[in-house]
Design a protein around this ligand. Structure first.
Ligand SMILES: Cc1ncc(COP(=O)(O)O)c(C=O)c1O
Length: 402
């Protein structure tokens, strides 16, 4: 018999969203008449925009011809797509095309990034945070055991982000610092000054930042940075992961990218870019060529305008949810430059609040504690949903007394 990877025994229960689905399905089995509205997992709901659909069809048609057919491509992504991403998703030459590695999504890259560092590094996360950072670190063997008394793993630095510190943590030393802005789950967006502090901290301590910018396109305030590379010196200390999932509705289509700057080095002077290239060429075989070709043809003025319409649609949902919750007396955060509303719960813990909201309003949310110990006392509402469902949900929220 083969020995199990001992790190799996350290992981807690299921991954958060399957666990929420399990509880939702259990509720549905017991309440078959209930009309459930899901504002839980941040899953997109609106159809692909016209230029995406056309480009996908064209790319598929091209594959039906001898001249247009392609098989394996470059693992790093099509050159034209890398160039388009550098041009359209980053203003003013912030990144070079050969620093862009195209992938099947930010979650997959976040998992693969762990291979760059192996098991001997320490990581720091914002607490609460997107669960993949902690769980992939556990699987890689970077952590000790889970402690029930504080809901933390040994050897992970949890940097608390709460209303009291404006959701920007006291920065703490670690080899790798995960930082997500706009933040999932709190909806907080770091300012230029805060990101400058983060970059300077990483420089002083010899850390590498993994900056998750999956929600960058939801920022409408021109003073808020969309990329860590807007901060001077960031290319020497930061990797950025990003995604087409939320702004372009590609959650099921699958396409993302990671920026690994050539200026980023390990302590022995070796190139992080070189090692990432080695990982991608070894264990990744490129994102779908149909999706890549289509996206090259979507990254133009028309496609970007349609993307903005989609983002605006979800952000109008966020406004509707937030203003309803505010009106009913809840204390809410986020929801302005991010598609998540983070709601303070005073009278019960966050899993109890999740069940209470499901039982009484038939709305699925996400319990804050699922994102880390400092998420206790909050629930997250996602703005990804059909407008009529969002409006119906806001009516039902009037009944909630928590
Ligand atoms: C912070 C954050 N990063 C990454 C992802 C995953 O992105 P992708 O669909 O590109 O894997 C998500 C998805 O919810 C997310 O919330």
């Amino acid at each position: 018999m083969v020995q199990r990877n001992k790190n799996f025994a350290k992981l807690q229960a299921g991954y958060l969203f399957p666990e929420i689905n399990r509880r939702k399905n259990e509720f549905m089995a017991n309440n078959p008449q209930a009309d459930i509205i899901s504002l839980g997992i941040g899953n997109t709901t609106e159809p692909l925009q016209p230029s995406v659909v056309k480009a996908l069809k064209d790319a598929a048609d091209s594959m039906a011809t001898v001249e247009g057919y392609t098989g394996y491509g470059d693992e790093q992504g099509m050159t034209a797509l890398r160039e388009k991403i550098a041009e359209k998703m980053y203003s003013g030459g912030l990144v070079d095309a050969d620093e862009v590695f195209v992938s099947d999504g930010a979650k997959c890259d976040t998992g693969r990034l762990q291979m760059l560092f192996g098991e001997d590094v320490t990581i720091a996360v914002q607490d609460p945070s997107y669960p993949v950072y902690v769980d992939s670190s556990v699987i890689m063997g970077q952590t000790g055991e889970y402690n029930k008394h504080n809901d933390q793993f040994d050897n992970i630095v949890y940097m608390k982000c709460t209303a009291e510190n404006g959701f920007f943590p006291t920065l703490e030393k670690a080899d790798i610092i995960y930082f997500c802005s706009p933040n999932n789950p709190t909806g907080a967006v770091a300012t230029k000054e805060q990101l400058t502090q983060l970059v300077n901290f990483a420089k002083q301590n010899g850390s590498i930042i993994i900056f998750d910018a999956a929600y960058a396109e939801f920022i409408s305030d021109p003073d808020l940075p969309k990329s860590i590379y807007e901060i001077e010196g960031a290319k020497e200390v930061a990797i950025e992961v990003c995604s087409f999932s939320k702004p372009f509705g590609y959650t099921g289509v699958r396409l993302g990218w990671t920026i690994v700057p050539k200026a980023l080095k390990f302590d022995d002077g070796s190139s992080v870019h070189g090692d990432w290239n080695r990982i991608m060429t070894t264990i990744f075989n490129g994102a779908s060529n149909i999706i890549q070709t289509a996206t090259i043809n979507v990254l133009n003025d028309q496609g970007m305008a349609e993307m903005r319409e989609l983002v605006d649609y979800y952000m109008e949902n966020a406004r509707i949810i937030k203003s309803a919750l505010d009106e009913y007396g809840f204390t809410t955060y986020g929801g302005k430059n991010a598609p998540y509303i983070w709601v303070k719960i005073e009278s019960m813990d966050s899993w109890q609040a999740f069940s209470y909201i499901l039982d009484n309003a038939h709305i699925v949310t996400t319990p804050g504690a699922g994102f880390g110990p400092a998420g206790e006392g909050y629930v997250r509402f996602s703005a990804f949903g059909h407008r009529d469902n969002v409006i119906e949900a806001t009516k039902r929220m009037a009944k909630l007394k928590i």
